[in-house]
Design a binder for this molecule. Sequence first.
Ligand SMILES: Nc1nc2c(ncn2[C@@H]2O[C@H](COP(=O)(O)OP(=O)(O)OP(=O)(O)O)[C@@H](O)[C@H]2O)c(=O)[nH]1
Ligand SMILES: [Mg+2]
Length: 266
Amino acid sequence: MGFAQLVIGPAGSGKSTYCSSLYNHCETVGRSIHIVNLDPAAENFDYPVAVDIRELISLEDVMEEFGLGPNGGLMYCMEHLEDNMDDWLTEELDNYMEDDYLVFDCPGQIELFSHVPVLKNFVEHLRRKNFTVCVVYLLDSQFMTDVTKFISGCMASLSAMVQLELPHVNILSKMDLVRNKRDIEKYLNPEPQSLLAELNQHMAPQFGKLNKSLIELVDDYSMVNFMPLDLRKESSIKYILSQIDNCIQYGEDADVKVKDFDQDDD
Ligand SMILES: Nc1nc2c(ncn2[C@@H]2O[C@H](COP(=O)(O)OP(=O)(O)OP(=O)(O)O)[C@@H](O)[C@H]2O)c(=O)[nH]1
Ligand SMILES: [Mg+2]
């Protein structure tokens, strides 16, 4: 059985940077992970790319050949990936099987995890290949300037959660850029009632009922839970990795492995 993180989130939220920091961290602690690039538009990488969608299809070619723009082109590429899951992807994944840990760096187009089935089918493929998968959803802390943006971020994350039906970890990225930590702290583990009060302040009175339902929804799904990620701190990435490992029961399996290994040695 393998393990996988599916790193998603809006454009520019820090997914690729997270992947490379995670790679560096794992290298430091002597742990093996492989980063897969699923973004056909990506050009520069700060991590060694283990598997690259651009070997299957390139955005440039698609845009040129079909006269598509960058977003339409990306959707075409992802659908092409979907059509090639049983051959290209399977062949690539076959190199990584037992106990391997893969991290998928996804494109940032929000429609990929809100309304087209590509990622859902991709995840199902991974599960058929015996991977335990966790969604890592990144949201840029720079946009958490008021409650309305927080709620809209939650809704986007929630749509991914509902669509993908996987263990789900929310991360507030770029914490090094946050000047006033207090402003952010109220969104890391906020009180539903104070969120609602703040939301009501921001919106006209006729939205009162809607606001209440939104906050209840967010609360019901335990969505009001973001982990801060500050890449300057090794401890921050370490903590986040441990939480994700927990979700996919990575550590538990490793324990078993150590024991097996000892027995083999005897
Ligand atoms: N200060 C700071 N900047 C960051 C951090 N993470 C990412 N950035 C910057 O934010 C920008 C976008 O980061 P990426 O990692 O490319 O974001 P992405 O989510 O992969 O973007 P797309 O793949 O285009 O959706 C880059 O300029 C990064 O240098 C962070 O933790 N701190
Ligand atoms: Mg990226």
